[in-house]
Ligand binder design. Structure first.
Ligand code: ADP
Length: 378
């Protein structure tokens, strides 16, 4: 079997909002128990502290930069001497837009790899090679999934970046982008910045605000219309949102009268709900029951994942499952990285790269570790 190409140590996904980088370091080796002090929860929160341990070889590191601060990325590559090759695999629109800049500043040639190819390759890589990569999240409960490599396909991959892509994946390199929406992560961040008037606010601050808010202050609920009652005949509880931001028209209030926390919460709920619903409709179009969500918008954020899961569950009447990935934001960058090994990549990767998880977090075969829900066709 071909050896993992350790000299090809850097790949980039240069998106509209963020640059995602994956790089390999062999000096930073890891042993079977080197991660035991890091809990899985820690590695999956919004701390960005993600790594993949290549047992006996080194580590894959994950870093992101804002695309508007591309100089930070260039400085990082040069000061850490990350690029040992003149050619670096790069995907995303920025691989075209910034090609000259990389050449001028670092003498690097960006080898462009298709964005959709990379998203799918990245997702398949994670599902095949990394233990307990995928999980479901609903009502505060996280369940890790054990992926059956022989029964992975088909699934719908929903990548929530600045915008959203929905891709029907039927095999290693067999996929089709079937839909998308421009109402995505960029919308949340952009509208959130405007509506909360926090011009300097970062995405993380906006997320934090949303955590402290209450969407019922602004959203019009079924109960607001029905005098506190459910509309049970069509299965709507009084707490179901009838109209996102709908209360704002009936109350004699200005934007300043609302707490930024509540505005951020309503916005996050509206966008996550909408993406969950469109995803379900596309899964329905093609008879898919498994929907994997990726993209940097998710950030392992509980409220976001919960909202998406509830939307998928509600509209599919429990038939379809929303699933999330621990390295959700790096699908494209990982796909670009694996493209160094295009030949027989699936086999190579799944046999050679197995992440070491912290002790005590194991698949037990009970509820903690369920298989994928059965595909309708099987
Ligand atoms: P793209 O490739 O289009 O840049 P990403 O998958 O990188 O897409 O996701 C970008 C989105 O991720 C942003 O629009 C924002 O909603 C969200 N996001 C999460 N964390 C951050 C962050 N630290 N800075 C900026 N955006 C972030």
């Amino acid at each position: 079997m071909e050896e993992w190409n350790q000299s090809a140590n850097l790949a980039l996904d240069i998106g509209g909002t963020l640059i995602k980088m994956v790089y390999f370091s062999s000096t930073d080796n890891c042993s079977a128990d080197s991660q035991e002090n890091r809990s899985l929860e820690e590695s999956n929160d919004i701390s960005d502290d993600l790594e993949i341990c290549l047992i006996g070889k080194g580590r894959l590191h994950f870093v992101k930069f804002e695309t508007t601060n591309i100089n930070d990325c260039l400085d990082f590559i040069s000061s850490n001497q990350l690029s040992t090759h003149v050619h670096v695999k790069a995907t995303g629109g920025g691989a075209f837009k910034f090609a000259d800049l990389f050449m001028e500043r670092l003498g690097l040639n960006l080898d462009k790899v298709d964005e959709m190819d990379c998203l799918v390759a990245g997702a398949n890589f994670l599902l095949k090679a990394i233990n307990q990569e995928a999980f479901t999240y609903m009502n505060g409960h996280k369940k890790y999934l054990q992926i059956d490599h022989n029964d992975m396909y088909p699934y719908l991959l929903v990548n929530i970046g600045s915008g959203v892509s929905m891709i029907k994946v039927e095999g290693d390199e067999k996929f089709e982008r079937v839909s998308g929406t421009s109402v995505g992560g960029g919308t949340f961040w952009g509208l959130g910045k405007l509506l909360t008037n926090c011009k300097s606010s970062s995405f993380d601050e906006l997320l934090k605000l949303s955590q402290e808010g209450n969407n019922r202050v602004i959203d019009m609920l079924v109960g607001d219309i029905y005098g506190g009652l459910d509309y049970s005949k069509i299965g709507l509880s009084s707490t179901t949102i009838a109209s996102s931001f709908g209360k704002a028209i009936s109350e004699n209030k200005e934007l300043e009268d609302y707490r930024p926390e509540d505005v951020a919460r309503s916005l996050l709920r509206m966008i996550s709900n909408n993406i969950g619903q469109i995803s379900y409709l596309n899964a329905l179009r093609f008879g898919l029951k498994r929907i994997f969500f990726g993209g940097f918008f998710i950030r392992g954020h509980e409220f976001t994942m919960d909202t998406i899961s509830v939307a998928v569950d509600f509209w599919s009447k429990g038939e379809a499952k929303a699933m999330f990935l621990r390295h959700e934001g790096f699908l494209g960058a990982l796909g670009a990285y694996t493209s160094y090994q295009k030949k027989n990549s699936g086999e190579l990767i799944s046999h050679q790269l197995i992440e070491q998880l912290p002790n005590g977090v194991q698949c037990t075969g009970d509820d903690q570790c369920r298989g994928l829900p059965a595909d309708p066709k099987s």
